[in-house]
Design a protein around this ligand. Structure first.
Ligand code: SF4
Ligand code: SF4
Length: 416
């Protein structure tokens, strides 16, 4: 595609990158076929090709309009279009650039500004989020159903974590909302890894926690990058001490931390460290896939439907990995039609775009439940909470299901 960036756009820090991405799009439209919002709304401007065109117009000096903002806001950032695109267009990076520019040029209505600022301030702060969640649960019975169904029910409390006793050591991102919404997920991961001879080193640094993606994707991009720098500082002593990997149990965080190197490449103080952190970052399934799992003697009994988060399959390109690990443990997996489509969670999308999000969730649940599974398994706290919010088939992180089966196997062995 030919481009002619405006003088203002040419002065942006990522102007060259935007120009290169725009030029790589040949406008074929193949990507529309797998775009969830295009499928729901049938409007070219609610598909990737149309959005690329809107960003091109914006960067070529056309006026910033509410219409453009609406179509860009409706994008889930699911990156399904990138998986489909035969030309390798880096759509998500262009969207980041386009959204940031639009945010500079067009003020949002007061209601949206308040909502977005609230999300930026609450979601990444584990203690604030946890306190609000606890308060919400306390008054849940008094709330109208439209509000009460947005407050997730309490999940399995965290089991104890094993002591740090192995020479093989990894770090684990604690995350921001996961400790409150699904407190046992990281504990379950640590317990399974302990059985595989891997200890999780603990990093007690209050500033570290949220990966930064929530702020970054709400267009507070500098705040998101600042969080990335804080995590790098917090993890660096352990990196220098020789940890083997930084494990992520939430695929949304993993996808973002794997991008630290790319996002901070122009920061002279952090570029090299960020690159190293990204190289060390592994989704939990990547760690397990490389281990000898037979020794755990797990005999999975349940029928599972696996929902593969977009951040696992489209961003990290790890589609099918969790399914293979679950099958190695003996679980039977039900077929899930249209497994490539987003569930509608997409970070804070379920709050900023509730109607579209709910339609996507209903479609996804129908697909997941079509094989009548006992449990829906997934790999990202956002998807887990969003799908679980419908209060239909139970939804859990896959590692908790594996850890339950491991505890059963260990108990059976100790009785024999
Ligand atoms: S993003 Fe890729 S698939 Fe979509 S129109 Fe451009 S080149 Fe074609
Ligand atoms: S990221 Fe997802 S919602 Fe956005 S344009 Fe691509 S496929 Fe469509």
């Amino acid at each position: 595609m030919q481009t002619n960036l405006s003088e203002r756009a040419r002065s942006l820090p990522r102007a060259e990158e935007a120009d290169e991405i725009l030029r790589s799009c040949v406008h074929c439209g193949f990507c529309n076929a797998t775009c969830p919002t295009y499928q729901l709304l049938g409007n070219e401007l609610d598909g990737p090709r149309g959005r690329i065109y809107l960003i091109k117009q914006l960067l070529e000096g056309e006026p910033a309009t509410e219409k453009t903002q609406q179509h860009l806001d409706r994008c889930l950032t699911c990156r399904n279009c990138e998986t489909t695109c035969p030309s390798g267009v880096r759509y998500h990076a262009l969207l980041d650039i386009g959204r940031a520019e639009l945010e500079q040029r067009l003020e949002r209505p007061m209601r949206e500004r308040v909502l977005r600022r609230g999300l930026q301030h609450v979601v990444p702060r584990t203690n604030v989020f946890g306190a609000l969640l606890a308060a919400g649960r306390a008054v849940r019975p008094l709330l109208p159903s439209a509000l009460s169904e947005k407050i997730p029910a309490a999940q399995t409390p965290a089991k104890p974590r094993p002591a740090v006793r192995h020479t093989r050591r990894m770090l684990m991102l604690e995350g921001c909302v996961q400790p409150s919404l699904s407190p046992n997920t990281n504990a379950a991961a640590a317990r399974v890894l302990d059985h595989l001879g891997i200890s999780i080193s603990i990093v007690h640094v209050p500033q570290a926690g949220c990966c930064g993606s929530t702020e970054y994707h709400l267009n507070a991009q500098q705040a998101g990058l600042e969080r990335a720098r804080r995590n790098i500082d917090a993890w660096w002593p352990a990196v220098e001490a020789g940890i083997e990997a930084i494990v992520q149990t939430a695929s949304g965080c993993g996808a973002f931390v794997k991008e630290y190197g790319e996002l901070l490449r122009d920061d002279p103080r952090y570029a090299a460290k960020a690159q190293r952190i990204s190289e060390l970052t592994r989704d939990l399934v990547e760690v397990l896939a490389d281990e000898d799992l037979d020794g755990l003697q797990i005999k999975g009994q349940q029928r599972l439907a696996f929902h593969c988060p977009c951040t696992l399959q489209h961003a990290q390109k790890l589609g099918g990995s969790v399914e293979r690990v679950l099958q190695r443990f003996g679980f039977s997996l039900t077929a899930v039609p249209d497994g490539h489509l987003c569930c509608g969670s997409a970070g804070t999308y379920s709050i900023t775009q509730p109607e579209l999000s709910k339609r996507l969730r209903d479609n996804k649940l129908a697909a997941l439940e079509s094989g009548q599974p006992d449990v829906i398994a997934t790999a990202n706290i956002g998807c887990q909470t969003h799908l679980g919010g419908a209060a239909r088939t139970p939804v859990r992180h896959w590692i908790e299901i594996v850890e339950d089966a491991l505890a059963t196997a260990s108990a059976t062995r100790s009785r024999e």
